[in-house]
Design a protein around this ligand. Structure first.
Ligand code: ADP
Ligand code: MG
Length: 234
């Protein structure tokens, strides 16, 4: 089982006029492929910050982050962007689909950066959309979809390059409980099928209960429901 995400003593603080705001302090974490983790904690505790760090959208103040054995911040900005595009999928609370593009076009968007053979990517987009029950919605604009359908499109878009790491930030926060449970189960299923490491921020007890692992954030520290996630290098 490859190690997908390794955080070693990672801290993130922000400088403000009032002084230094310490958000995450010395967080160490090892996430193997195929591991599904719910991230929990009160609003403002640093859940999104942790996810952005894991997704290379933000850089730690101190500590080391490796993804698939690579320190992404050593890559330089161009290679970092393609590394992220190839290996990491994001799903946000607000689907963030482009309103002027069709369902199929939205799923194909990440591939415009130029990975994979054109035909293969199209076929994969079609089969992903079929997989989530949207094969009759390929040419809909997002505005014509229900909230749950929009999030299913966002899931497909995140999966188009078969990422090793799938990051979801409150992906069911805007959905009714039944639809939220559907999206939660979909994430768990597709992650298991593809051996993807999944980190999912959620406030839902029901959703979190489906995840075998939990990270709880509190006052800058992370606690784990079992020891397999604890990951200091030395
Ligand atoms: N760029 C920033 N500058 C200053 N403070 C920030 C910045 N980004 C986040 N924060 C602060 O960090 C804390 C954690 O934010 P966040 O990770 O978004 O919390 P959560 O997702 O758990 O609700 C919040 O108090 C937020 O105000
Ligand atoms: Mg957040």
């Amino acid at each position: 089982m490859p190690l997908v995400l390794h955080m070693d003593n990672v801290s993130r603080s922000f400088e403000t006029p009032q002084g230094t705001l310490m958000i995450l302090q010395d967080v160490s974490l090892r996430v193997m492929s195929g591991t599904a983790i719910a991230i929990r904690g009160p609003s403002g505790c640093g859940k999104s910050t942790l996810l952005y760090l894991a997704g290379t959208l933000d850089q730690p103040t101190s500590g080391l982050i490796e993804i698939l054995g690579e320190n992404p911040w050593r890559l330089g900005s161009g290679r970092l962007a393609s590394f992220r595009n190839q290996h990491i999928g994001f799903i946000f609370q607000d689907h963030q689909l482009l309103p002027q593009c069709s369902v199929l076009e939205n799923v194909l968007l990440p591939s415009l950066a130029g990975f994979g053979a054109e035909g293969d990517v199209r076929q994969r987009a079609n089969s992903l959309l079929e997989r989530v029950g949207l094969k009759d919605r390929l040419h809909h604009r997002p505005g014509r979809l229900s909230g749950g359908e929009r999030q299913r499109v966002a899931v497909c878009r995140a999966l188009i390059h078969q990422p090793s790491l799938l990051l979801a930030d409150e992906p069911t926060g805007n959905l009714d409980p039944v639809t939220a449970a559907e999206i939660g189960n979909l994430l768990l299923e597709v992650a298991a099928e593809n051996d993807t490491a999944l980190l999912c921020v959620t406030h839902s007890d029901v959703l979190a209960a489906g995840f075998p692992h939990t990270i709880s954030l509190h006052n800058g520290s992370a606690t784990f429901n079992d020891k397999t996630l604890a990951g200091q290098q030395r």
